[in-house]
Design a protein around this ligand. Structure first.
Ligand code: PMP
Length: 348
């Protein structure tokens, strides 16, 4: 029997490629590398977390055949869990706030999951998607709530798989790693592993407007200003997966910058990115501006660009947000980052 044949779609998760972003590597004199997580079968990095959450729950006996997995999500974890649930014989109930891109709602349904849409509201409201999913899990004996924020199977997926892949793909030659955070699973697991392998490597967190992580790292409280049209990233409270992270530098960047990056990479590198991924790459450009030439900097393409089509790649939507498609070129953005006051970078 040919052992190279995967037995079900969940086995296709992981082992993604690492791609050199040629335009930005040339511009910065650094190696700017992109871990292509959109290659996962569910189209995002959250497939990895979904698989680990389910595997660990099956192993510990919490999740048994015939049960329903329930999770609150901005979408990508829901797609990943729906795919893993279907492949491994579980039912899936996704609780999601209204107003996320319809692209994600469609994919959750396509994977056979039930989708419960709730009104978007502050975390303190008991009807928040997180509390709704938790409550459903507690009220039904046949449900298992995967709890992607507090369950550290999430960051474990990246500690055991994503980060070792990066280490191997770069031959251990990595000066910085740049990431956004949603649950913190990605940055938690990846930074823990990479900083253990190379204590001098720097982890940069990049936070969108409207998220409280930057302020938390600076002053100890979750405060935010402005807002962002990115989805699935930014946190306003302390969660266990984020607490795993070993962060050295933190910056906050506006949506305008990720829009500039997204258009430049489309035209220069044939590389459309999702919103959070474009913010990651803006963060990598910022790190290159501050660290200087000759560094190897790795960041993530978190999901498929299609998932951002109705917002990031919709000119009308961008105009409504008062963002310009022609504010500055990528070269000007890089020069601005180089000139920006050092005090904007939080050193931890
Ligand atoms: N980008 C996108 C598009 C996401 O959906 C998420 C997860 N919500 C992230 C980034 C952040 O990943 P993590 O939860 O591992 O911090």
């Amino acid at each position: 029997m040919n052992t190279l044949i995967s037995k079900n779609i969940s086995e296709l998760i992981g082992n993604t490629d690492l791609l050199r972003i040629n335009s930005l590597s040339k511009l910065t004199g650094c190696e700017i590398l992109l871990k292509c997580e959109q290659q996962n079968p569910g189209g995002s990095i959250k497939d990895r977390a979904a698989l680990q959450l389910v595997k660990d729950a099956v192993e510990s006996g919490k999740l048994k055949p015939g049960m329903t997995i329930v999770e609150g999500t901005a979408g990508n974890t829901g797609i990943g869990l729906a795919l893993v649930a279907k492949a491994l014989g579980f039912n899936m109930l996704v609780v999601m706030p209204k107003g996320q891109t319809p692209e994600k709602e469609r994919m959750i349904r396509l994977h056979g999951a039930e989708l419960l849409l709730v009104a978007p509201c502050p975390f303190a409201d008991p009807n928040h998607f997180y509390h709704t999913a938790k409550r459903l899990g507690e009220e039904n004996d046949n449900y298992w709530w995967s709890d992607q924020f507090e369950n550290i199977s999430n960051s474990k997926a990246h500690y055991e798989n994503t980060a070792p892949e990066i280490w191997q793909q770069t031959g251990g030659n990595i000066d910085a790693f740049v990431s956004v955070a949603g649950t913190g699973g990605t940055i938690g697991g990846t930074s823990s592993y990479l900083s253990k392998m190379s204590p001098s490597m720097l982890t940069w967190l990049v936070d969108p407007d409207g998220s409280g992580i930057y302020n938390f790292l600076k002053e100890g409280s979750y405060k935010s200003s402005g807002n962002s049209f990115t989805e699935g990233i930014g946190i306003m409270r302390s969660v266990e997966n984020f607490r795993q992270a070993k962060i050295d530098k933190a910056i906050t960047l506006p949506d305008q910058d990720l829009v500039t990056v997204s258009r430049a990479l489309c035209s220069e590198d044939a590389l459309p990115l999702g919103s959070s991924s474009a913010l990651n790459v803006a963060g990598a450009l910022y790190a290159a501006a501050k660290m200087g030439e000759g560094k190897t900097i790795v960041t993530f393409s978190c999901d498929l660009a299609e998932r951002s089509y109705s917002k990031l790649y919709n000119a009308e939507f961008i105009a409504e947000k008062n963002i310009s498609l022609n504010k500055e070129t990528i070269e000007q953005l890089f020069e601005r980052y180089k000139a920006e006051d050092e005090s904007k970078v939080l050193s931890l």
